[in-house]
Design a protein around this ligand. Structure first.
Ligand SMILES: [Zn+2]
Ligand SMILES: [Zn+2]
Length: 289
């Protein structure tokens, strides 16, 4: 999403629902911007194509009117939501768009598999991705399945009304998923967490662990020499971190794309013993292999 300041100065918008076409176009553009000079340039270029394919796939997934969903909190909870088969039409569109480009062997084989798999197999793949634990044999397919689930959930989320959605105690107020990362706005220093699945953004007070809600023992880690556009927010209570992008320093940052492009910070955090609490569906598996 874009992060223009809210209409009324001083007003904090608690939840921003996604605008799917804009989201996937912006993500594709950002992946392409990040390619030059990045050691993972080929991978970022491939993910730009995945994001473009997601934009195209929106046409295959009817914008949802999830009227059978319960009212109130977490209306599209990913762990219990009964998926409409339309998500598989989105997957077929993504696979069709992507098979024409060249891929490392595991990803090419995964695309072949996804093009012919039976519905039951695809549903089982989707369940594994949504649990964040795809089977070892499904790793190469996981990012493509994740991409299709993002299209589906983002499309449904965009049809909701933000009013009446409760603030979430943990995770996305719309679908209950963990964030991919967060952004800190330049002028008013508001912090939004960005859903890894449905593309919604929710406000959370800064200097607070989104995962365990601890406010003590929070500190920040950055790669030496980095100009300060991205930091890991470390929580010593639960030992986890989430990345924050500071839009004042990095106005073009897009949380999912910039998360992939800043893996050096993950390596540094891992070396120091911190676990990642953010989830990036493009990094669940082996597409980069
Ligand atoms: Zn969500
Ligand atoms: Zn914590």
């Amino acid at each position: 999403m874009s992060f223009e300041p809210p209409g009324t100065p001083g007003e904090v918008v608690p939840l921003r629902l996604p605008r799917p076409a804009e989201l996937f176009a912006r993500r594709a553009r950002r992946f392409r911007e990040l390619v030059p000079g990045n050691p993972m340039g080929d991978f970022l270029d491939a993910l730009a194509d995945v994001a473009s394919a997601q934009g195209t796939a929106l046409g295959a997934v009817p914008p949802g009117a999830p009227d059978r969903e319960p009212a109130g909190g977490t209306p599209l909870r990913a762990s219990t939501h009964v998926r409409d088969p339309a998500w598989r039409a989105g997957l077929a569109s993504i696979v069709g768009s992507l098979r024409s480009r060249s891929w490392p062997t595991p990803a090419a084989e995964a695309l072949r598999r996804l093009a012919t798999a039976a519905p039951a197999e695809l549903e089982s793949l989707a369940d594994g991705v949504l649990r964040g634990e795809p089977a070892a044999t499904d790793l190469a397919a996981a990012p493509f399945v994740g991409a299709a689930l993002q299209v589906y959930f983002t499309s449904l989320a965009s049809a909701l009304s933000a009013t009446g959605l409760a603030r979430s105690e943990q995770g996305c107020p719309v679908c209950g998923s963990p964030p991919v990362a967060g952004v800190v706005l330049g002028d008013d220093r508001l912090r939004y967490l960005c859903c890894s699945l449905c593309g919604s953004d929710w406000n959370l007070t800064r200097i607070q662990c989104w995962s365990c809600r601890s406010t003590g023992g929070i500190r920040y880690l950055a790669v030496a020499g980095d100009p300060g556009g991205v930091k890991a927010e470390l929580c010593s209570d639960c030992g986890a971190y989430v990345k924050l992008f500071y839009l004042e320093k990095m106005p073009a940052a897009e949380p999912l794309a910039d998360d992939v492009a800043s893996l050096t910070l993950d390596l540094l955090a891992a070396q120091e013993g911190w676990g990642r609490s953010g989830v990036n569906l493009f990094l669940l598996g082996g597409a980069e292999g």
